[in-house]
Ligand binder design. Sequence first.
Ligand SMILES: NC(=O)C1=CN([C@@H]2O[C@H](COP(=O)(O)OP(=O)(O)OC[C@H]3O[C@@H](n4cnc5c(N)ncnc54)[C@H](OP(=O)(O)O)[C@@H]3O)[C@@H](O)[C@H]2O)C=CC1
Ligand SMILES: CC(=O)C(=O)O
Ligand SMILES: [Mg+2]
Length: 543
Amino acid sequence: MTIVLTPVWQNGVQKLKMAPQPPPRPQHGLTPPELDDEVHETRCMTQLRGKVSDIERYIYLSALKQHDPHMFYRLCLKHMAEFTPIIYTPTVGQACQEYSHNYRRPEGLFASIKDKGKIKSVLRAWPKIDDARISVVTDGSRILGLGDLGINGMPISIGKLSLYVAGAGIRPQSTIPICLDLGTNTQKYLDDPLYLGMRKRRVPTNEMTEFMDEFMHEMSVQFPKLLVQFEDFSTDHAFLYLERYRNQYPVFNDDIQGTGAVVLSGFINAARLASAASGQPLTDHRILFFGAGSAGVGVAMQLMSFFTLEGLSEEEARNRIYLVDTQGLVYASRGELAEHKQYFARTDYTGPPIKNLLDVVEYVRPTALMGLSTTSGAFSPDVIQTMAALNPLPIIFPLSNPVKLSECTFEDAVRFTNGKVLFASGSPFHELEHRGQMLYPGQGNNMYIFPGLGLGAILARCSSVTDSMVEASSLGLANSLTPEEEDMNLLYPQIERIREISAFIAMQVIRAAQTAGVDRNADLRRMSDSELLAFVTSKMWNP
Ligand SMILES: NC(=O)C1=CN([C@@H]2O[C@H](COP(=O)(O)OP(=O)(O)OC[C@H]3O[C@@H](n4cnc5c(N)ncnc54)[C@H](OP(=O)(O)O)[C@@H]3O)[C@@H](O)[C@H]2O)C=CC1
Ligand SMILES: CC(=O)C(=O)O
Ligand SMILES: [Mg+2]
């Protein structure tokens, strides 16, 4: 069963009403007599593949999800590698950019700054209050690497929640996609007659914080069992609101914590291979981050635990990490630094700014290069070749989304390292053959983490999401490679196994929640690991 939101007009205002629950199958007489499920799968896939562009495929799947959610999720699970680039990155980026033009029907909840003081009534409009378990909330201010899209950010919340359903079996009707309308600073949208959001520039932070305080409070009152995932807030607000609410409500920030967890996981697997090739100890890795925003710093924070788990002190771990932003290498004596960059600012360099990435690479001599900069092609052939000259098996992760903003392509990484590269990107690339050998790119995307992390937090009824739960999700993912996947030198498991992986991650997250004492479902404490895994799996919704 799924929720169907039907727009109805009342006094000139469009409102959502929950349509009657659709029967599992339309009644006899209302469908063609020989409509057969198996054949219909083929029909849907043929229609999908016949579309001329990815955005057409997105629109088709969005309609299919609404009128036949069982079929949508069945196909999604069967064709995960084909569906994710459409319902998620990269195509969801285009769907966001064109949202106001392609808009067809309401699919989520909108809360506007104009609703300040009465957010409760907005939330009450949501039809299935009792069931709500997970909400993805964006303010549209930094959608993927595409900038401030304002209200057009809604599809990112929708897309992430589709992956919660497909990837972790969260019940569709217990998901709430939310886009906050706090204005936009993108002139193109302010000038667009079809733009669906408020035609005002973004409100200042103090006003936004008052709004957010009311919003988070009302969310906890209206939806007492809800976990909130903050998504694609601009970096300053991402850090601000995570810190402000993380000890008060069950909430996490996907870009800071989910990305940190997925990259730590891929890095653990990559570092083992790289160290085996170089003979250098794991603790000798040096990681250079190109990009020092919410994602770059979030990942850097999480990667600290790679070193501390290997026995280094916090100070030694921090020393293994270097950041680069638009001004070059981040170091303490460079001048005033944004708060989120200060912890990693180098104190062992005091010279003039090193601005050029190639110069920074030559200075740092990193074993790993991470791109979270939104800058397409920043890992130039020179940079990649230098990484290959410095390391027998360099780790190169261009993680910016969507694919057109990736710091390099898989093809370039393979070509300029002569096939000797440990690679993961934020958006998917195709495998390729190099000198008779198939090489597989990893996808270092938080989509491997948030479904399982969310499922674990929901089932344990967590009062908050602790760093230890996030770390557990990462280690759970790192340890989920099968022997066959290890033989293929994969850094991440195949996405088709997402359900199995999410169940395993959820189990690890629940155990971490219990250790931290933030679980409110004490029954799970009495279960053995195998019982807990069976319980998690039994709770997954199946189309
Ligand atoms: N793979 C995944 O799962 C995820 C990927 N991402 C991706 O990460 C990217 C960054 O996100 P986020 O951190 O929130 O974004 P921000 O815009 O906050 O950060 C971008 C960072 O890159 C730096 N930067 C931008 N251009 C350049 C340049 N030409 N040279 C050097 N540095 C540059 C910025 O420098 P300055 O600080 O000086 O402005 C800033 O530090 C996005 O593309 C996003 O899609 C995010 C989350 C998950
Ligand atoms: C994947 C993701 O969360 C991002 O690019 O923002
Ligand atoms: Mg994001």
